[in-house]
Design a binder for this molecule. Structure first.
Ligand SMILES: *Cc1c(COP(=O)(O)O)cnc(C)c1O
Length: 408
């Protein structure tokens, strides 16, 4: 028997659900790439990216996934033999570090683990030992989708300042931009990068870099620069230079539509939506966990991300539950990856995601836990709906909810 024959729901931590409006915006013929609408859209998107990253720095759009932006960030600012310090906390900072190694950089890892955020004190201690200032860049992620952690970017900047260290501070916001607050200039971030396919509601294939004044200054003397990624070339007047070749026309239309939708909601609104929905997920998982068969991967409740929740199923293969969700109900949830492969599941709740999607997903997972006789505390879904109802009641004005406000 199957209950799956309706609209499929995708709740993995990237790629995420693309709004129908965005799909429609890209379903169109190519147009001239040298003048007119496309040129204007590129300029407007580069400008809007500055607001989204919260910077007055320079922005760049690459026809590449996030890995491309990783390489672009390193090759534009560093030189062969430079040392970079990777702040380990899951899979992705390490992945960025592996890329640095192949570029000929000297990679040092500030050892972390998969259940905690990066320790700002450990960073400060390490930087204070670097009296010769050999470390040229510090690489971190804001949210790691493999572990479900959110790192405290202002705290890490404070640690760098406390050590008085001049290294460039580079942050991967691929799984956090437009989901949680990120403030590049106010937080003292020198370079930030992101991808199209998570919080930014666009198909995979574009990535973005924002470079502050210190990153642009480092660019002038960097010797890892290559023509394709090079910022100087991409700041040339001709439109094709901004993509170093043919612009990805349909993707530009898609991204423009997604940006319009995001700016219409407002970044604050998008952050609040992500926060409330994530709190609902955590309220639910917290109840399930009471029976001992499930647990949060991230130990500190304050370090659990608002875009993804990673749940462990100790001693139990989670594949059966994921298969039940998909085959019986039409819901895709993520598997765990890297060091924790096969030990749990990931619920992506970022981008174009709303209450019915999240509550539907939680209901399906809860049904699966029951159907498969996996011990779990009763009332998880109820805890999620209670949390949202209470939040809406408590803050009807703040959350712009006219119906709830009128009922008070
Ligand atoms: C998804 C993700 C990436 C990888 O992005 P790709 O587009 O697959 O290259 C990098 N960093 C973080 C934090 C991610 O969540």
């Amino acid at each position: 028997m199957t209950l799956a024959n309706g609209k499929k729901i995708l709740m993995i931590p990237g790629p995420t659900t693309v709004p129908d409006e965005v799909l429609q915006a890209m379903h169109r013929p190519a147009i001239d790439i040298r003048t007119g609408e496309l040129v204007e859209m590129t300029d407007r998107s580069l400008a809007d990216l500055k607001s989204v990253f919260d910077t007055t720095g320079d922005t760049f759009i690459y026809a590449a996934n996030g890995h491309g932006a990783w390489e672009a960030a390193l090759s534009n600012t560093l030189s062969r033999g430079d040392t970079v310090l990777v702040l380990d906390s899951g899979a992705f900072a390490r992945g960025w570090g592996e890329m640095a190694e192949m570029l000929g950089l000297n990679v040092e890892i500030l050892q972390g683990d998969w259940r905690n955020a990066v320790d700002a004190n450990a960073l400060e201690t390490r930087l204070k030992q670097d009296a010769g200032q050999a470390i040229k860049a510090i690489l971190t992620v804001q949210i790691d989708t493999a572990s479900g952690v959110i790192n405290d970017i202002p705290a890490l900047r404070a640690a760098i300042n406390a050590a008085g260290h001049p290294a460039l501070f580079m942050v991967d916001t691929i799984a956090s931009l437009a989901c949680v607050p990120f403030r590049m200039d106010p937080w003292g971030v020198d370079l930030a990068l992101s991808g199209s396919q998570k919080g930014l509601m666009t198909p995979p294939g574009l990535s973005f870099i924002a470079a502050g004044a210190r990153a642009m200054a480092a660019h002038r003397t960097a010797n890892l620069r290559t023509h394709y990624w090079d910022w100087t070339f991409r700041q040339g007047e001709a439109h094709y230079k901004k993509y170093c070749g043919t612009p990805p026309v349909q993707m530009i239309f898609a991204f423009r539509k997604a940006l319009d939708m995001l700016l219409e909601e407002g970044l604050t609104g998008a952050h609040r939506r992500h926060r409330l929905l994530a709190e609902a997920v955590r309220a639910c998982v917290g109840v399930w966990a009471k029976a001992g068969a499930l647990e949060f991967n991230i130990l500190d409740p304050d370090a659990r991300a608002n875009s993804v929740t990673v749940v462990l199923t100790p001693g139990r293969d989670p594949a059966l539950l994921r298969r039940f969700c998909l085959d019986t109900c039409g819901l895709t949830i993520g598997e765990t990856i890297g060091e924790i492969t096969g030990t749990g599941f990931r619920i992506g709740h970022m981008g174009h995601v709303n209450a019915p999607a999240v509550l539907g997903a939680l209901g399906v997972i809860e049904m699966g836990l029951s159907a498969l006789s996996i011990p779990h505390g009763a009332g998880g879904l109820q805890a999620a709906t209670d949390h949202l109802a209470n939040a809406l009641r408590a803050n009807a004005a703040e959350t712009d909810n006219a119906q709830v406000a009128a009922a008070q």
